[in-house]
Design a protein around this ligand. Structure first.
Ligand code: FHN
Length: 682
């Protein structure tokens, strides 16, 4: 009876979680609307760390991590408080600087990892009200954002190097013993502070969580915190760092994991657009988030403007950071960049705000953003490389041009256009009005008709016996023709008319193209599928369940050569686990034995780890996931005969969170963790 009751209750929990995660789609889209239109925001990292300004013990490379990177004891770090008096702080100036740069929202550190609170909290004295400043800059910024029409947003770190109940402690802080630290009390503290932030500072646009990567935090806690925050302000947006599913600095959310309302690539821009995914790249102007008085390595205004449109052309938002000084002023270089960006945005902002990702696979002259307009659509061509012959070629669009013009030209005088096949050629002036980025606008009537080639999809990229291939195109009134060959081939009307999925039984290239009324209306897409010859199974006997392992300690940034190491601990484990570790940081392990597979077919292994890892099958390196990174997964496909195959997994943990997972999947068998029933050793 108890088990039935538990199952019923657990089912309700799962159902509530799924709805609580994002509500209904339309409600989520409504809440995301301002954010998707904004496209551009200011990140501000400001706190006690601005007092040392990146320097400690003659070293000058620190930033907001200075307390732990320079191993500054808590009592010493707290001595920065009486020195923190940002008399130069002026909320109106900050907000106007963001607004005039074309930024539509501000995300500021209410509390970073050091635990120092930049707001008037009653939960701890470790806050700005206890400094000579005695003012609440968050309150003043909230008022200024309301005044100038920007969304005000908070960054809040889950990791906290100050609170006595936060765990884990820093490895180097031997004097700060765990004592009776209670992580649940820390979560209650966080919720109390979040309640202050979400009930005393007006409507907050985004709660930007961070510091979620340590093992004490997990998906369950993340979902609970998401629901708690949404309970306080239902329309607030929450990033994916509230949970535990972020893929490292790539910033997107692991498949199947809870990801809040948007992904958070950091210091990088995804290589292509991510249809159906909301994401925001956060980036510093120089090399530090927090103020570093020695860091003069600022990106040029040209780089920043081009990054802004690169991100918008992929459907993302750009959160550009400023690290204010301990006096409460922006660095001169930041002010100069914001001014230049503002000048460009003043003439061109409509090509960023409210736009969608480029419809093109490639635009060699620059980037493209797109917007629906009454009765048609508009393309914004961001031209970085001005055509020497004054002929700007835009390939891949079959719509009739209604008008072409330069966005920054007053009265928008029309530019001449002609069509050659699927290309539109625009006659532009001999010199670009803006050498950084001139925006040429193309207006069209009707629904977009781009010449995207068909998509060639399959469950795997290789095969042992057979593989099902599906061809598709979202475009109206087209037929797909294809050719299966040994090489990449252009498809013409002689290609086979696609009428449904088909199987491959050997290594081939599938080539496909869209046609309309007997004419090609797209380029050809091609995809090679590799034949895998299965590895022979090993002749083994008298195996025992589980894997053997070896454990070593040391500080490595890449996988060590285990043969040269002194062995610390060894034994067997049921399955891949870090349980034998003797400490949380600076150790390496390797596991070895056999994996038993049930049939002769293709197998895809996926290895996910924080930090580095490697997978060997039958002594061949299958996956190299080495290096220092948060949970990062890499996959590889191979053919195996039924039976036992040698397996070896190497693992490296430096500092911070740790994790190791190995998945397996095969045709008709979904991806799942490798289980102990599959693992054996001699
Ligand atoms: O550790 C923080 C870092 O200090 C900074 O706040 C960045 C900004 O996204 N987030 C973490 C690093 O991923």
């Amino acid at each position: 009876m108890k088990r039935l009751l538990f199952l019923i209750l657990f089912s309700f929990f799962l159902i509530s979680c799924s709805f609580a995660q994002k509500g209904t789609t339309t409600q989520h889209d409504t809440q995301m609307k301002w954010w998707r239109e904004a496209r551009f925001g200011m990140f501000i990292h400001w706190g006690l760390y601005s007092v040392p300004a990146g320097t400690w013990n003659e070293k000058t490379g620190y930033g907001e991590w200075i307390r732990t990177s320079a191993e500054i004891p808590l009592e010493t770090y707290e001595q920065f408080m009486p020195r923190f008096n940002p008399v130069g702080f002026n909320a109106d100036e900050w907000v106007k600087a963001a607004r005039d740069a074309g930024m539509r929202y501000i995300v500021i550190t209410s509390k970073h990892h050091d635990g120092f609170c930049m707001f008037d909290t009653k939960q701890t004295d470790f806050n700005i009200m206890k400094t000579p400043f005695k003012r609440d800059p968050m309150k003043e910024l909230a008022v200024a954002c309301e005044k100038y029409g920007l969304k005000f947003c908070f960054y809040y770190s889950i990791m906290d190097w100050h609170h006595p109940d936060y765990l884990p402690r820093r490895e180097w802080e031997k004097d700060r013993t765990v004592g009776d630290a209670d992580y649940n009390k820390y979560v209650a503290y966080m919720k109390a502070e979040l309640k202050e932030l979400l009930t005393q500072y007006g409507n907050i646009g985004v709660l930007w969580f961070d510091g979620e990567w340590e093992p004490t935090w997990n998906q369950t806690r993340g979902l609970d915190l998401y629901n708690y925050v949404k309970g306080l302000q239902p329309s607030i947006l929450v990033n994916n760092r509230v949970g535990a599913g972020r893929l490292d600095m790539e910033g997107l959310t692991k498949q199947g994991m809870f990801g809040g309302d948007f992904g958070t690539p950091e210091q990088q821009i995804p290589p292509t657009g991510l249809p159906g995914t909301d994401w925001e790249t956060c980036m510093t102007m120089n090399d530090h988030w927090g103020y570093n008085s020695n860091d003069k390595n600022f990106k040029s205004s040209k780089e920043i403007i081009r990054m802004l449109v690169d991100i918008a052309s992929k459907g993302g938002n750009y959160l550009l950071n400023v690290g204010p000084t301990s006096l409460g002023t922006f660095p001169r270089e930041s002010i100069d960049r914001l001014r230049d960006i503002g000048k460009w945005m003043e003439l061109n902002s409509e090509s960023v705000y409210g736009t969608n990702a480029s419809p093109f696979v490639s635009t060699p002259w620059g980037r493209c953003t797109m917007k629906s307009v009454k009765g048609g659509f508009r393309l914004y061509l961001h031209v970085f490389n001005w055509p020497a012959n004054s002929q700007l070629l835009v390939g891949g669009c079959l719509n009739k041009v209604n008008k072409a013009f330069i966005l920054s030209d007053k009265n928008h005088p029309a530019l001449k256009t002609v069509r050659v096949d699927d290309a539109i050629i625009i006659s532009v002036p001999s010199a670009p009005p803006d050498s950084i980025n001139t925006v040429v606008v193309l207006d069209f009537k009707g629904a977009p008709d781009f010449t995207d080639p068909p998509e060639i999809s399959a469950a795997f990229s290789s095969l042992v016996d057979s593989l099902k291939i599906t061809l598709s195109s979202p475009r109206p009134k087209v037929e797909i023709r294809f050719v299966v060959s040994d090489t990449v081939k252009q498809v013409d009307m002689g290609g086979v008319l696609y009428q449904g999925p088909f199987n491959l039984y050997n290594e081939y290239v599938v080539n496909a193209r869209c046609f309309r009324d007997g004419k090609p209306v797209s380029g050809t897409s091609s995809r090679r599928f590799e034949l895998k010859v299965p590895y022979a199974a090993r002749a083994v006997s008298e195996l025992k369940p589980g894997l053997s392992y070896r454990y070593f300690e040391g500080e490595w940034d890449n996988m060590p050569n285990f043969k040269k190491l002194q062995q610390w601990v060894f034994g067997t484990v049921d399955t891949l686990t870090l349980a034998p570790k003797k400490r949380n940081e600076n150790f390496a392990m390797y596991f070895f034995g056999y994996i038993k597979v049930p049939k002769r077919t293709l197998y895809k292994f996926t290895l996910s780890s924080d930090d580095g890892s490697k997978l060997f099958i039958d002594d061949r390196l299958m996956i190299n996931n080495d290096g220092l990174h948060s949970m990062l997964e890499k996959g590889m496909e191979t053919g195996l005969n039924a039976g036992y195959h040698a397996i070896r997994v190497e693992y490296l943990q430096r500092t911070g969170s740790a994790g190791l997972e190995l998945y397996i999947e095969s045709p008709g068998v979904p991806k799942k963790l490798v289980t102990k029933e599959m693992l054996f050793h001699e």
